[in-house]
Design a protein around this ligand. Structure first.
Ligand code: SF4
Length: 440
């Protein structure tokens, strides 16, 4: 039987889909690239924004046609969205064409539930938060090209006031270092040169293990060191990191690891202390600046990128200006910028003083203008330098060119043949744009 997976959401969800594909293949099912050809349709959902959720409801509704055309098809809905009790109930009530609804703790049970559904069990809903038998090792079918994504932890303990993740992914659970390393070795043996370590907050890796009595449990620095030591792994990246757990001492340790030290992504979210407190981020701008200064002192050529939310509830014009000033001080290589949108079920959605959309849009524009100037200047400084690029594949905009990334994670558009894909090549940078470099 063949399965088709539709994935919504972030990189973690994409990797979850790789694991779902691995679990299904291990159970004897075959992947297929077309929904119409599938006997099993899996929808891996995301609930980070309400707009995403609405899109997914539309997609799930349309699957009625698939069931109509092929009544025997099994439809399974998984992922963050289903873990919300209200959604699980709604899917049960309105989704008679859906055979299986599984929460984030139970995804590994999919083959077992497919067998039951095929035997005519009727609709199965399992959004239980019992993860006592969640396996530490799950197979993954990697689709990420030159980069292998490897989970080091699941869930999050931070409860940022705008974020739904801790409610749908549960408390933080670190995987064992042995299981992580086994996966990295397997990826290296398959030819992957770059590893992306995944977790909602990778920097707090191991805290839960130590709390549970494993006093010698490794910390995040130990995971990085061990990953870098795997033969064949040339680059190690990680996401997401959290300034609350990112100490200047961790910067010192990273600065000794050539596979990691050239790139930091450190989500700031706001450069205003009042807003950071309201977001429950657990650090202030002084602490953040201390980390940035340490990075620049230890590895001056490192690139630093960030995430910023504008228009958080209560953010005044003065607060926003303070944020802009701090962003100008940090001089990020790039910033992923977002307009705050209320997510029901989170404390921030209930906060008074929601900022009008027009104000949020105007602030985003001002932030983008500032950041684009900084990003362009930073990229222009690369012109004339020779950099080592890990080539990922053909450029999306011009398939006659290639795209790859520098050690500092800058996108480079370059010339070359397909034999360069998944290889590291040295090129001279000849041009710079806001979001990429050119070696043409
Ligand atoms: S660290 Fe904050 S933003 Fe990130 S997943 Fe946890 S609660 Fe959400």
């Amino acid at each position: 039987m063949k399965f088709y997976i539709k994935t919504f959401g972030c990189q973690m969800n994409e990797h979850d889909s790789e694991i779902i594909a691995g679990v299904l293949q291990q159970a004897g099912y075959q992947p297929c690239g077309e929904l119409d050809a599938a006997d099993i349709i899996v929808v891996n959902t995301c609930c980070i924004r309400e707009s995403a959720e609405n899109k997914i409801w539309g997609y799930i509704g349309n699957l009625k046609n698939a069931k109509y055309k092929k009544p025997g098809v099994i439809i399974a809905v998984l992922g963050c969205m289903t873990q919300q009790t209200t959604i699980g109930d709604a899917l049960k009530r309105y989704g008679s064409h859906i055979d299986i609804v599984l929460g984030t703790y139970q995804q590994h049970r999919l083959p077992e539930y497919i067998t039951r559904a095929l035997a005519g069990s009727g609709q199965i809903v399992d959004i239980s938060e019992d993860n006592r038998d969640f396996p530490d090792e799950l197979p993954a079918v990697r689709v990420g090209g030159v980069t292998a994504q490897v989970n080091i932890s699941y869930g999050c303990n931070n409860f940022c006031s705008y974020c739904i993740v801790p409610y749908v992914r549960g408390r933080e659970r670190s995987r064992s270092l042995n299981a992580i390393l086994a996966e990295i070795r397997e990826a290296a043996a398959a030819g992957c040169k770059e590893i992306m370590l995944l977790g909602q907050n990778v920097n707090s890796y191991g805290k839960d293990l130590r709390k549970a009595g494993q006093t010698d449990a490794p910390d995040f620095a130990a995971v990085l060191k061990a990953a870098c030591a795997v033969p064949g792994i040339e680059r190690v990246r990680y996401m997401s990191s959290h300034p609350r757990d990112f100490s200047p001492e961790l910067v010192d340790e990273i600065s000794l690891l050539p596979q990691v030290r050239a790139y930091y992504h450190l989500p700031l979210q706001s450069g205003c202390n009042k807003t950071l407190r309201a977001m429950n981020r657990g650090y202030d701008t002084a602490r953040y600046a201390e980390i940035i200064d340490r990075i620049r002192a230890k590895t001056p050529a490192a690139a630093v990128t960030t995430d910023i939310i504008v228009g958080f509830p209560g953010e005044t014009e003065e607060d926003f200006r303070a944020s802009l000033d701090f962003i100008a001080r940090c001089r990020f290589d790039a910033a992923y910028t977002f307009i705050y949108s209320p997510r029901s079920g989170t404390p921030a959605a209930k906060m008074a003083e929601q900022v009008p959309l027009a104000v949020k849009k105007a602030r985003l524009q001002r932030l983008t203008t500032l950041q684009n100037q900084i990003s362009l200047a930073k990229n222009q400084a690369y012109i004339g330098q020779t950099v080592r690029v890990l080539v990922e594949g053909p450029s999306k905009n011009n398939p006659e060119l290639l795209t790859g990334r520098t050690e500092s994670n800058k996108i480079v558009i370059l010339r070359g043949g397909a034999e360069l894909i998944n290889q590291i090549t040295a090129v001279e940078i000849t041009g710079a744009k806001t979001w990429h470099l050119e070696a043409l």
